[in-house]
Design a protein around this ligand. Structure first.
Ligand SMILES: Cc1cc2nc3c(=O)[nH]c(=O)nc-3n(C[C@H](O)[C@H](O)[C@H](O)COP(=O)(O)O)c2cc1C
Length: 418
């Protein structure tokens, strides 16, 4: 059987190791993680989710404080529609994060930004346009348009000088979603440079309902490849979701995929943004500890550890500081759920909200432990230490394990001295 290193991903003039580390929002896929993928010849992703929070943390800006100061007066108001993003500040924050990342890039690989369109930010089109434009201005190699795919996204940047030179990709979970996107963006005369096909075992939000277990990544990938062949479209297809070993990856490459997108294995890398105590929760998890639920205000099912502190927590919405999930009318399903509980429990000091969560606040605080379905296998990828914790891995080790391993093997890291 072949191994991943027997294949290469061709994207224009680039020849890459066919391993893409997927975007993991609110700085879980950090610049350091993405840069490692690029250094090793593959593709890494940073994410522009809650970009102001990320830049405040990384580059000592004060974007969140400034926004909060501006809208503090509205904190008790149920109507969040006055809370708007300043487009200039979004651009500034995005450029800062992207440019600071790109100037550190080494090696022959690429760094893309994961742009989740479900971050509607109380002005979906305007903010998305600014996010993509600023990332292109700051030299990002490519943009992956993720969940909540807005069918007109390519058109939003068609006047940008880099529209045809930067790599643009989309994430879909069905042939139908792909067909719709291609139809809608045909006018721009610009096909995606790659298509990530995300199956039901992925982390983050899912493009499936609660019946996710009835779908199978390999089947959807085969359907997408056949559809593209029938249409005479030569676009690299990149499966994602539950590809845990180098052999899993090589299997997809042999079946006609151009690369694989992986994420869960890297959640326990030292370059990953999750705090180490959360990484230990990922290591410890058993299959029963993982669930897909509907608490994300986006309306999409999301996979997470059942022990996530975000589940059931009824904090006051923080839209004045964050507000990334406010729709075009200033509404968020968590705000509605929270107000319902407050009204039902007059005088209560704290309420519990079981059906929705304040995604912005909890992702910011690393209290919503979203994960892939195979997280329960992470413990097999390392050593258990004397104190009961697990040894954190390096991104390089994980990347190379995908690249070179065969026979469903998982290479263990060099053991830390006791
Ligand atoms: C912790 C975590 C966070 C994620 N966040 C995002 C995200 O912000 N945007 C996105 O498009 N996909 C997100 N994903 C999905 C990954 O990019 C990737 O496509 C998928 O998880 C691959 O499957 P695997 O985790 O089984 O390898 C996330 C996955 C994980 C594990």
């Amino acid at each position: 059987m072949k191994r991943v290193d027997d294949f290469r991903l061709r994207l224009g003039k680039h020849e890459l190791v066919p391993i893409m580390i997927g975007g993991m929002g609110v700085d879980i896929s950090t610049a350091d993680l993405a840069l490692e993928a690029a250094r090793l010849g593959g593709v890494g992703h940073i994410s522009d989710a809650m970009i102001k929070t990320v830049t405040d943390r990384r580059y000592k800006t004060k974007f969140v404080k400034e926004k909060l100061a501006l809208y503090k007066y509205n904190a008790e108001n149920e109507d969040k529609s006055p809370v708007k993003f300043d487009l200039g500040k979004i651009a500034e924050a995005t450029r800062l994060h992207v440019a600071s990342t790109m100037e550190r890039k080494q090696g022959s690989g690429l760094v893309f930004v994961n742009c989740m369109e479900k971050l509607t930010m109380n002005a979906p089109k305007e903010t998305l346009k600014v996010r993509m434009t600023a990332a292109l201005d700051a030299g990002i190699d490519g943009i992956t348009l993720a969940a909540g795919l807005h069918l007109g996204s390519f058109a939003l940047i068609e006047d940008h000088p880099r529209f045809r030179d930067a790599k643009l990709g989309i994430i879909v979970s069905s042939v139908r979603a792909l067909q719709l996107f291609l139809k809608k963006s045909a006018r721009t005369n610009r096909l995606p440079d790659y298509i990530v096909v995300e199956g039901p075992l992925a982390g983050g939000h899912l493009g499936f309902g609660l019946d996710w277990a009835q779908y199978d990544l390999a089947t959807i990938v085969a359907e997408v490849i056949k559809y593209l062949q029938d249409e005479h479209l030569d676009i690299p297809v990149i499966p994602a979701g539950g590809i845990f070993t180098g052999s899993d990856a090589a299997g997809f490459l042999e079946a006609g995929a151009a690369a694989v997108q992986v994420a869960t294995r890297f959640t326990v890398a030292k370059e990953c943004g999750l705090p180490e105590k959360v990484q230990q929760e990922y290591f410890k998890a058993s299959e029963e500890d993982i669930e897909v639920n509907l608490i994300s205000p986006t309306g999409y099912p999301m996979r997470m550890l059942k022990g996530s502190p975000a589940i059931g927590d009824g904090i006051r919405p923080n839209c004045e500081a964050y507000g990334y999930l406010l729709d075009a009318n200033g509404k968020c399903a968590y705000v509605t759920a929270y107000n319902r509980e407050v009204a039902a429990h007059p005088g209560a000091r704290k309420v519990s909200v079981m059906d929705k969560t304040c995604l912005c606040t909890h992702m910011r605080n690393f209290d919503l432990w979203t994960c892939g379905q195979l997280t329960y296998r992470l413990k097999d990828t390392t050593y258990k230490l004397a104190d009961g914790s697990y040894q954190i891995l390096s991104a390089e080790h994980i990347f190379k394990d995908y690249q070179f391993s065969t026979d469903q093997k998982l290479a263990l890291p060099e053991q830390q001295p006791a």
